[in-house]
Design a protein around this ligand. Structure first.
Ligand code: NDP
Ligand code: OXD
Length: 313
């Protein structure tokens, strides 16, 4: 019998020592065990996992909470081997949100300030003066107004961009024009200069960014995808890019990752490719949120940021 709360860490992507340190800092009494050294399986109260091996969590009979070591819950929601009676919470990490908003701001500013055009001019030794536009002259549309989406919307409005946002259910956000549901999608898209997709992968969002969506944007709009690759119909995007309907895209996520070497996106100057690095969990800040959520269970409160397995996020 173990008196201290006990957490199992299971991720092949993240550094267990760094996470153990961060968790101990946030909760000195917690015992952290790193997979596969689980000890007595009955001691485990909480599991912090990223893409656990199917069926691996079944043996932990006293598990109270599974924490997904990421914001996107698509992989874990699709895992039918997870115990049904244990809630699954996603990360809601301020450090990850800052990193994501920083990445989005970087991409938006590059398009707003026409950095690619300046790079072309530099290679041609051409002084290509373009009078700078105010941030308020650019409208950024965010598809997805969740934990990370709202943070990015706030950062962009703080920087003076005009921001609109689209989500499944209606939202009210200061300085953001909001739209909800498929009925309002074309109105949302109608006057956007830079579209940022920050949607989860679910059955409803599969290929939601299709030809119709790309052509509902003003001609020459830019596109940034930092959500999930499956939300984009990549052949529709390719055609929209080739025809100039979308003038440039920054893609961090793809239907197949790593993006296969033969994929046409690699050869397109107007496409920037990043390898799913828009944001990651930051152990120091994430550990505080994870610990607060675990503590809630010990005081018989419901955990926060629980995912709806059927909905997929
Ligand atoms: P949340 O789960 O907090 O929010 C998801 C948002 O998408 C919500 O606003 C939700 O609407 C909206 N949404 C879901 N389904 C639909 C739909 N059918 N139609 C319209 N809107 C929909 O996610 P986060 O904001 O925390 O993160 C977004 C995604 O970013 C993650 O799911 C993950 O896939 C991705 N991600 C990518 C990373 C990267 O490095 N590239 C890193 C981290 C996350 P509503 O609010 O109404 O529920
Ligand atoms: C996440 C991710 O979902 O890294 O956190 O994509």
């Amino acid at each position: 019998m173990n008196d201290n709360p006990c957490l199992l860490f299971m991720s092949s992507l993240d550094d267990p020592d760094e996470w153990t340190r961060a968790l101990h800092e946030a909760w000195p009494e917690i015992e952290v065990r790193v997979w596969p050294d689980v000890g007595n399986a009955d001691d485990i109260d909480f599991a912090l996992v990223w893409k656990p091996e199917p069926g691996a969590l079944r043996r932990f009979r006293n598990l109270r909470l599974i924490v997904n070591l990421g914001a996107g819950a698509d992989a874990i929601a699709a895992d039918s081997t997870l115990p049904e009676n244990v809630p699954i919470a996603r990360l809601a990490d301020t450090g990850q949100a800052e990193m994501m908003s920083g990445f989005v701001l970087l991409c938006v500013l590059q398009y707003h300030r026409e950095v690619q055009r300046l790079e072309v001019a530099k290679r041609a030794r051409r002084w290509d003066y373009v009078h700078p536009k105010a941030h308020a002259d650019t409208r950024v549309g965010l598809m997805g107004l969740g934990y990370l989406g709202v943070h990015a919307a706030n950062v962009l409005t703080d920087m003076g961009f005009r921001v609109s946002g689209w989500s499944r259910t209606p939202k009210v956000l200061p300085q953001v024009e909001t739209f909800a549901g498929l009925k309002e999608l074309s109105r949302f898209l109608a006057n956007i200069n830079i579209l940022v997709a920050m949607l989860p992968a679910t059955s409803e969002t599969y290929h939601i960014l299709d030809r119709e969506v790309f052509y509902a944007l003003p001609r020459g709009a830019k596109f940034i995808n930092v959500g999930r690759g499956s939300t984009v119909d990549e052949s529709a995007l390719l055609q929209a890019l080739l025809g100039g309907q979308i003038s440039a895209a920054t893609l961090d996520v793809f239907e197949t990752e790593p993006l296969p070497p033969e994929h046409p996106f690699w050869l397109m100057d107007q496409v920037t490719i990043t390898p799913h690095i828009a944001s990651v969990a930051v152990p120091e800040t994430a550990a505080r949120q994870i610990v607060a959520n675990c503590r809630r269970l010990l005081s018989d409160e419901s955990p926060e940021f629980v995912i709806d397995r059927a909905r997929g996020y």
